[in-house]
Design a protein around this ligand. Sequence first.
Ligand code: KG4
Ligand code: ZN
Length: 337
Amino acid sequence: MTILAIESSCDETSAAVLVNGNICSNVVAAQLIHEQYGGVVPELASRAHQQHIVPVVERALADAKVPKSALNAIAFTRGPGLLGSLLVGTSFAKAMALGLNIPLIEVNHMQAHVLAHFIDDQSGNWSPPKLPFLCLTVSGGHTQLVLVKSPLDMEIIGQTQDDAVGEAFDKSAKLLNLPYPGGPLIDKYARQGNPLAFPFPMAEMPGLDFSFSGIKTAIMYFLRDNLKTNPNFIDENLADICASIQHTLVQMLLGKLKRAARETRVRDIAIAGGVSANSGLRTALQTLGDEQGWRVFIPRFEYCTDNAAMIAMAAKFKYDQGDFTSQAVSPMPRMAF
Ligand code: KG4
Ligand code: ZN
């Protein structure tokens, strides 16, 4: 069974080929154009997807040594994401499936981040999490605690009520005059800093929900006050500020994850999404997991940020069930589970 998958929900154009359950290629074209604007510009993102999609798909097929005639289905991200970006991938997938006369499979991007844990990483000692497992899905647009009952049956048991944690990383970075996307740069500078140098307040949210908008405001006032007395405050303390911001965000995430594990009594715990590439989160989760007796699942870096391999994996589960999509499908920017 051979599936070509396409991901175009935000600012990465990606294509992957899955053969008999294994990922054989995963090509990702990033869009550097947004850096100069300090965030993703939707119109520029869709134009870049249009430029990248044909060469990215051709590379993915060539890398996997799979001719188009061998494909059994075309999968694509239907949502959530930016409408213009989703339209490029959706239209391309529909046209290709129609041309080859093969089925089309729609995939939910957030479910795919979770299902990246079913990709065999070829390390030899790989095994997927046991069902049911908990997945903390953290990206630029979402922060969700997901109870995964089966690959196609997931329940969101907690989520952010305002900003996503990736947004909190990126907006904090912007306040520190770091370029977009700032999350990876906060991670980089935090490695040399003291995480307890500057305590920032953590929002108290009921139950398993999160809130990250307050910390952004707290950082803004903190910097404003310190810059008044020392105009070089940011330059002189960059590593400590980054380490303190990262520590606060990671503690907020792990506090709720611990509570979710206690309430659901689930011991297989995973993280997914762009922010799961954060080294502070990865280390802290491993430490907490050892302390709590959890089995912890942390994706390989290339499966943390947006990629089509995870779309292909999610599509495999749908293919096995014969869950196909009609040619009348259109993108769904706010697609729910
Ligand atoms: O999943 P993703 O690639 O795209 C969305 O679906 O949103 O996530 C992108 C987010 C951005 O906010 C980016 O800053 C953040 O993931 N991110 C990180 C790191 N790598 C990516 N945040 C903190 N530390 C990192 N190492
Ligand atoms: Zn994503």
